[in-house]
Each structure stands twice: as structure tokens, then as C-alpha cells.
Design a protein around this ligand. Sequence first.
Ligand code: ADP
Ligand code: MG
Length: 725
Amino acid sequence: LQEGRLDGTLTAEAQAMLDQIAAAEKKAMSIQETRQSLPIYEFRDELLEAIAEHQVLVVVAETGSGKTTQLPQYLHEAGYTKGGMRVGCTQPRRVAAMSVAARVADEMGSRLGQEVGYSIRFEDMTSDKTVLKYMTDGMLLREFLTDPELSTYSALIIDEAHERTLSTDVLFGLVKDIARFRPELRLLISSATLNAQKFAAFFDDAPIFDVPGRRFPVDMFYTQQPEANYIHAAVTTILQIHTTQPKGDILLFLTGQDEIEATEENLKETMYALGDKVPELIIAPIYANLPSEMQAKIFEPTPEGARKVVLATNIAETSITIDGVVYVIDPGFVKQNNYNPKTGMSSLVVEPISRASAQQRAGRAGRVGPGKAFRLYTKWAFKNELLQDTIPEIQRTNLANVVLMLKSLGINDVLNFDFLDKPPAETIIRSFELLYALGALNHKGELTRLGRRMAEFPVDPMLSKAIINSENYKCTHEVLTIISMLQESGSLLYRPKDKRVHADKAHKNFIKPGGDHFTLLNIFEQWADANYSQQWCYENFMQYKSLVRVRDIRDQLAGLCERVEVIIESLPNEIIPVQKAITAGYFYNTVSAHYTFSTSVPLSIYKSHISGALDDKGEGSELTLQARIDKGGGYRTTKNNHSVYVHPSSCLIGMQPPPRFILYYELVLTSKEYMRQCMPIEGTWLSELAPHYFNKSEVEQMMGSAGKVKMPKQVAELKVGPVLA
Ligand code: ADP
Ligand code: MG
């Protein structure tokens, strides 16, 4: 500024600097104004008084009131972060933790990762300076392992409590317990309405602080008939709104990344075909794996004359608030993990939402003014087919992870742990069985040394067992890569619609003997050989971001190996040791073949399988034969005889002869129950590697060499006899 000329004008640089200062001031002003306009602001002082007076406080306010972004700041301003103490705030979803932390860092005028940071699995964006820490509920749970009293926190906010995720539910019991011997610790349980009484009762009748919301009326629209294809119906609805309704953004709820991408493509094509006949439509997707720089797009204000449509997963139901939404489109579905304790199997399933969820979704339309909600289902279905409330995750998920965690925290009586809602006893018993079979618990149900080492890894116990077991086969290097790749396997391949044939061809080049796991290994190793280059990903149709995440995950898992003293050795180009190491952890997810006799395939194809099962009189094991003639083909789980199928994306599809035993990574339920990421294994490995789970005779029976009986009539009718002879 000293360069200002005598005549009072400024140099260009000085002027630019002044402009910058003015812009920053304006931004600061508007941030302060925004903060003060939030419904929670009026109650700031009252809230702080209540917090000072009561150790546990349940805070209820509608989504968008400012709970997540403001409460930690109020605590900070009131001195709760003095003396190196921190305020922690948990989120059920990692996208929410990241996006909210970024927002709060911005509001406080600091860089993300400094005063304000976040911590999610495999990514730590905090430093010594961090006093406000946003994190997933699962990460706080893990902090109990290193610091059982959470002694560095002066206050904890268990946010989005109404979501009732598994980790949040377990946290309730744990924080309630530490509050007893840390009287100075403050606990806030924050929830977007609903069930607040239940939380208050659980925390020994803690007071409820109710922040009244500001809400505008929302008009409801239903379809006359059920929609066969809700994506199609959603796209039509978007266009109708866009061409006939006044200004206001649209929020569409979808179930996952693939649906969002398909809808985005569909919308883009339709908009392109319409050309400049219609105003601009900005398409903004948001889902868990969306790269963070692209997440910001949903928060950018919509330019005058244009309209924004946000394609979101359930994350936009309560975790993230997008200003400017006036129209909500709700197809009525959500993707959930469902677990059946009878079979011990879980799968990802697209399911109808609950009425409570539908109301939350519709409510998103009435934040800035009167809104409209378009439900792509009938009014009758809403009233009669939807459940009132979503079932808490703890009652519909596998608990092996939680049981292992509680055991490592010294909580032995897991069945009687202080749960807000008890999980089914059957599920806990299944978890004990699995942990025993994995060798994490001994016959008395006590944690073993192996179990203690397994608990160090923030992955499913089946995966951590595979990692630790790989040291016996000296192939930890390969197993670590495979397991890291599995974590991201859903979003690894890039398949743009217009180049799908090219992409699929490129992906085929990576197929390796040994199953999908080895294809994943090959992809990572080739990328590593190409110096982790982005160009390589582009040429080979791989998602660069996903591979970068895999590398991060791998680095972290390798670090944990060091901590539990697993030596990382490598066995390049060997298949069986790697397969065995993985089977030692994943024996639970195995299936054996049962075939259909297709008339279009030469019967000789079947011979190699049948012959082992039959003797020279054409007699064989009833079990195998019965299984093999079962109509429909596919595989049966080794323990529960449940029918499942190889996913069409697997390299095992079309393999001749088809493998008799397969190990899979996960099940997805679409038209059938499909196994994703499959690997052929030997039946004998099951009793060899998991003797606590499979006994020899059971396996032998499955392999068709025991219990000879007469050939069932159906086989005779298929006239396969001569071929076998
Ligand atoms: P609650 O937790 O009560 O649902 P929040 O604290 O998340 O409310 O949101 C308060 C306000 O902050 C909302 O108006 C929301 O739009 C805004 N906000 C939150 N995150 C961001 C972000 N990343 N960018 C811009 N605005 C945001
Ligand atoms: Mg919130």
C-alpha cells in the first residue's frame, strides 16, 4: 500500500490486495451471518448452561438446525478445548464427517486438518493442533482400544443418534460407562427428532434439550400405480419438475453409486437431446466414495436461471443438508446390509424404507420455503407396506467385529452388555462360534493371542485372520494387496457407457488363474509397476482414486502388521499358498457345486465331476447327486445348503469344468443371491484350515466320496448313465 501514488490512486497490486481483504471480510461476515441465522443459534447460551449443569444432555433439533456444525464450535468458544483437551463429534457416515469438518474449518477460518480435523477409517486428517475432531462412530470405537477412558476429550457429541448404526449403538454403552468415572466429561447425544425419550431413559433420565425447527409445509404426491422401474420414473419426474415447476433445486434419493451413475448418464443424455429448449440442469451426485473435491459441488449455490438436481444416497436424509432444495423425489428404497443369524449370512439388499425415513426425506423439501415431495410409490403402499421405523442395525447385522472389540476391551459378558436395544441372542452366539472357529476365542470364550492381534486391524475378523495367517505361508505381501483391493473392489473398474466394450476388453486382460482375487492382485501390481500413474489408470479403464485409496489402505494395514509383529514376506506368482491363507480366514464364505444338467452342453463336460461321485455301478453319494440335479444350477453354501450363484462379473463364469468349491468375498442380492469376488478352492482345505468348524467326514461327504447310495431316479431319467461309463 505504501506504493500508493501521491495523487491518491493505488497501484494495481495494492488495489488487488485491498479487494482481496474486502472479499475476505465479506466472506467472514456472511459466514458469521449464516451461523447466526441457524435455528440453534438463539439457544446457544441456554445450551451451554445446560451442558455445564448436566453431564449428559440429549439435544433434539431438525436436520439443518446447526447441531453438527455449531455444537462443537460453541463448546470450543466456551473453553472446553483449553489445556489441550479436544471435543469429538461422531458421524455415522464418512462423507458427512469429511464434509462437515471442511465446513467448520471454513467457518473458523482455519485449514482443514489443523484446528478442525476429521478421522475416518484409513484416513486421518488431524494433527496435534486439532481441537475439534469429527470422526466416524467406528473410529471413536477404535479409540477405546488405545485409550479406554478417552482421556483427551473434554466433551463428546454422539451425533445423528437417531441413525442407530451399529457403532453408535455400541458407543452408547461405552460412553455411558466412562461418564461414571469421568465426572467432568460432557456427553451430548444429538438426534434429528424421534426416539429422544429412549436416549434420555438410557442415560439415566438425562434432560432433553429441544430446539424448535423452522419448517414450511410440504405437499405430498404419490403415484397411482406402483412403478416397475423407479430410475426411469425418477428421470421423468425430474424433467417434469424442471419444465413445469418454479425455481428450486431437486433432491433425488437413490440406493448407491451404480444407480446414481446410471441416472446421471440417463439425465445427461436426455438433457443433451433436448438441447437449449430447456434451461440448464446442473447434476450433482453425492455418495460415500465420491472424491472429496467433487463433493463440494452439491453445496455450490445454483446460478440464476439454472436448476440443480442432487442425486444422493441416504446420506442426504439427515447427515447432510443441501440448501435450496424445494423438490424431493423419493423412490422409497435404501441399500442395507441384512444378516440372517440362522444361516450366518449377510448380504447387501435394496429394501423399502420405513415410514419414518420417508417423512425425513419429504421434510428435506420444506427448509427454505414451501416444498413438494414426489413419492414414487402409492399412498396405499406408504400406509400398508412400509414399516413404521427402520430396524436398528444392531438387530440386522453380523456382530463378530463388535464381539471381538468388546472382548479386547475386557468386556467379557457380551450378552449382558448395556445395549440400548439388545441384539438377537442368536446373532451373538453365531459371532462366538465364528470367532472360536477363527481361533480368536478359546473354548472358554476367552480372547486368544491371535484374537488380540486380530483386533488391531480395522477390518472384518475374517480378513484380519487371513492377514495374520498369511505369515505361515510367507505371502503376507500378496494377501495384504488382495485384502486392500477387496475393500474397494466395488468401485475399481471404470466402465463409461460409450466405451463399455473397450473397458470390458481392457479389464479382461487382467484375469489371472486362481480366481478374482488374483485378478485384483494383478491389477494392483501392474499399477505399482507403472509407478502408480494416473495415465495407466486412464489407459486401462481403472478408477485412479480407488486405486490410490487401495494403496493408502495397504500402507496402513502393513503398518499394523508391523505392530502385531507379522513379517511381510512375498511369494510372487504362487497361487496355492495365497489361496490357503485367505481360506483360513474366509472358510465361512464357501460353497460347493450343485449342477443342472443343461441339454445344450455335451454331457462329457459333466463327466469329470460326476465320475468322482459315482462308483462303477453308477451309484454315488446321495448328497452330491441330489445337489447336482437340483434345478437352477449354482452353488450351495457349505454349512447351510443355501443356494447362491457366481456373479456375472466373476472370472469363474464359464470356467470349464466349473470349480467344485468356491470361496467368495461378499453376497449381493439382486434377482438372485450372487457371490462377488470368487476364488476356486479345494474341499479338503476346509477341514485342514478350519478344523474347529468343519470336520473331516462332513467335508468328505460334501466331496461325494462317502455314504454311497443308489443313484436317484432323476439322474437315471436324464440318461447320463452311458456317458459316465
Ligand atoms: P444439523 O446437524 O442440525 O442437521 P448442520 O450443522 O449440519 O445441521 O447444518 C447447518 C447448516 O450448515 C446447513 O444450513 C447446511 O447447509 C450448512 N452446511 C453444512 N455443511 C456444509 C458444507 N460442507 N458446505 C456448505 N454448507 C454447509
Ligand atoms: Mg447433523
